[in-house]
Design a protein around this ligand. Structure first.
Ligand SMILES: *[C@@H]1O[C@H](CO)[C@@H](O)[C@H](O)[C@H]1NC(C)=O
Ligand SMILES: *[C@@H]1O[C@H](CO)[C@@H](O)[C@H](O)[C@H]1NC(C)=O
Ligand SMILES: *[C@@H]1O[C@H](CO)[C@@H](O)[C@H](O)[C@H]1NC(C)=O
Ligand SMILES: *[C@@H]1O[C@H](CO)[C@@H](O)[C@H](O)[C@H]1NC(C)=O
Ligand SMILES: *[C@@H]1O[C@H](CO)[C@@H](O)[C@H](O)[C@H]1NC(C)=O
Ligand SMILES: *[C@@H]1O[C@H](CO)[C@@H](O)[C@H](O)[C@H]1NC(C)=O
Ligand SMILES: *[C@@H]1O[C@H](CO)[C@@H](O)[C@H](O)[C@H]1NC(C)=O
Ligand SMILES: *[C@@H]1O[C@H](CO)[C@@H](O)[C@H](O)[C@H]1NC(C)=O
Ligand SMILES: *[C@@H]1O[C@H](CO)[C@@H](O)[C@H](O)[C@H]1NC(C)=O
Length: 387
């Protein structure tokens, strides 16, 4: 049985007024055919539209070109398709949440929306934004079945989170800057992320990705987190400064990290649990760390030739045969201000605050560092290690 197409229009609009301005003061909730007036002539609809949880039919938003309000669809296990053939602009949010059967979001003309919030859309594979959304301040897409983000190609944003979308295997955007948070976490493990135009961002998180390209990234005002990624190498060839912390944790296959121009990390630099990382030599210009420098693993070399200022603690623990003389020298000159621990040939190298055993059975001295929670926690690290 073909599903019915429902035409949603405001009760206040009168038939026959092409390009009418229709305005309602509150949210119009649409549920069934009876709610829908037989009018398709609103060019601008001012007011929000909510699709009732009991709606079973497809919803088509007639000839609305601009929605000055929100489009909201709360959890609903029946609706299959939401469309708006003429809609160009949504000034509010497009919020689709818990629509378990939804398999079509068709907005072929949409160019601009204030925010997109999608969650729990397990049957949505394609984003039907044919004209491509190029303007959006905030985008959160979580727990969907989308294959690619084609259709979303914004140049700048405040907040972008793409997480737990198991099938997304490619993300390419013209994105130039993100002023608050940019987060790609736990999508398809092989996901290839290419942000060739990204110049600056605030907090940037890559978790469980397959590859990352950020050739133009110059500055992060906040933190960089690389965790549980599957790649063998990561490079930020143009990055010069990080406003807060860097955490590179649990990237099992990573053999090479490269930050050739990075001079300054204003908070902690943590490198831990990257079991394939034999040499940390990708910080040739790094001079200053405003927090703690915390490295653990089984590397045989940590080389930061220009480093001359660590404001917090220093912890280097390795199971490999590592030389501490460079860092010990910095500590002796008081260029490392916080607590100091450096040792190779440890049985159980770990993050600052843990108490390692050396391979000859002696207890290390790192227990003199303040206790830490161990798990990745940039904020916790900042609090503890800066003392
Ligand atoms: C969307 O509508 C708002 C309000 O009318 C307007 O300021 C904005 O420029 C429009 N954006 C686009 C891309 O049409
Ligand atoms: C952010 O990026 C956009 C697109 O690349 C650019 O037009 C804009 O000037 C940038 N803004 C800032 C503050 O860098
Ligand atoms: C981040 O740094 C860039 C480049 O220095 C600057 O233009 C931007 O205003 C900063 N953004 C925030 C949110 O501080
Ligand atoms: C960036 O991330 C750090 C660590 O998680 C957090 O403390 C900080 O508040 C974040 N900054 C912004 C602007 O979100
Ligand atoms: C790297 O940064 C420099 C200086 O800001 C800039 O001229 C250059 O185009 C950037 N390279 C890339 C690949 O974006
Ligand atoms: C690590 O990566 C950088 C940048 O991609 C590259 O220049 C360098 O040769 C690599 N080092 C190793 C040992 O693979
Ligand atoms: C580090 O130890 C792990 C587990 O023992 C091993 O698989 C890996 O090859 C070692 N990595 C290096 C760089 O020695
Ligand atoms: C560790 O490296 C140093 C310097 O290369 C060397 O003299 C020493 O024999 C090595 N120790 C072990 C146990 O391999
Ligand atoms: C490293 O791995 C160990 C064992 O899985 C875990 O307990 C620890 O929290 C991890 N360290 C960090 C900094 O995530």
């Amino acid at each position: 049985m073909p599903s019915l197409i429902k035409i949603v229009l405001p009760a206040l609009a009168a038939a026959g007024f092409a390009h009418a301005e229709c305005s309602v003061s509150a949210t119009t909730t649409v549920q069934n055919q009876g709610d829908v007036a037989a009018m398709t002539t609103c060019a601008t609809f001012s007011g929000s539209i909510a699709i009732a949880t009991g709606t079973t039919e497809d919803i088509a938003l007639g000839s609305i070109k601009q929605l000055a309000g929100n489009l909201v669809a709360p959890p609903n296990s029946n609706i299959r398709r939401i469309s708006a053939s003429d809609l160009v602009n949504i000034t509010g949010e497009m919020n689709l949440d818990g629509l378990t059967r939804l398999n079509g979001v068709d907005f072929p003309q949409l160019k601009s929306v204030n925010s997109i919030k999608w969650n729990a859309l397990p049957n949505l594979q394609n984003i039907g934004f044919t004209a491509q959304v190029e303007t959006a301040k905030k985008i959160v897409i979580e727990n969907t079945a989308v294959r690619s983000l084609k259709g979303i190609n914004i140049a700048q944003a405040e907040f972008l989170k793409i997480a737990n979308n198991q099938f997304v295997n490619e993300i390419k955007m013209q994105l130039g800057n993100v002023s608050n948070s940019l987060d790609f976490s736990d999508n398809n493990k092989a996901v290839e992320i290419e942000l060739t135009n990204l110049i600056w961002a605030n907090n940037l998180t890559f978790r469980s990705t397959g590859s990352i390209l950020v050739p133009s990234l110059t500055k992060l005002n906040g933190s960089l987190t690389l965790s549980k990624n599957g790649f063998e190498s990561f490079a930020a060839p143009n990055l010069t400064e990080v406003g807060e912390a860097i955490a590179i944790v649990g990237n099992d296959k990573m053999k090479n990290i490269s930050f050739p121009l990075l001079t300054k990390v204003n908070d902690n630099l943590q490198i831990a649990n990257n079991s394939a990382l034999g040499e940390v030599d990708g910080f040739p210009e790094l001079k200053s760390i405003g927090g703690a420098f915390d490295i653990s693993g089984n590397m045989t070399e940590v080389n930061t030739p220009k480093l001359d200022n660590v404001a917090g603690a220093f912890n280097l623990q390795s199971s490999g045969n590592i030389s501490c003389s460079f860092f010990q020298n910095l500590k002796n000159k008081k260029l490392i201000a916080g607590k100091f621990f450096c040792s190779g040939s440890l049985e159980n190298p770990s993050v600052a605050g843990t108490s390692p055993k050396s391979q000859n059975g002696q207890k290390g001295a790192a227990s003199t560092l303040s206790a830490m929670t161990g798990a990745l926690g940039l904020a916790a690290m900042a609090a503890v290690l800066l003392i």
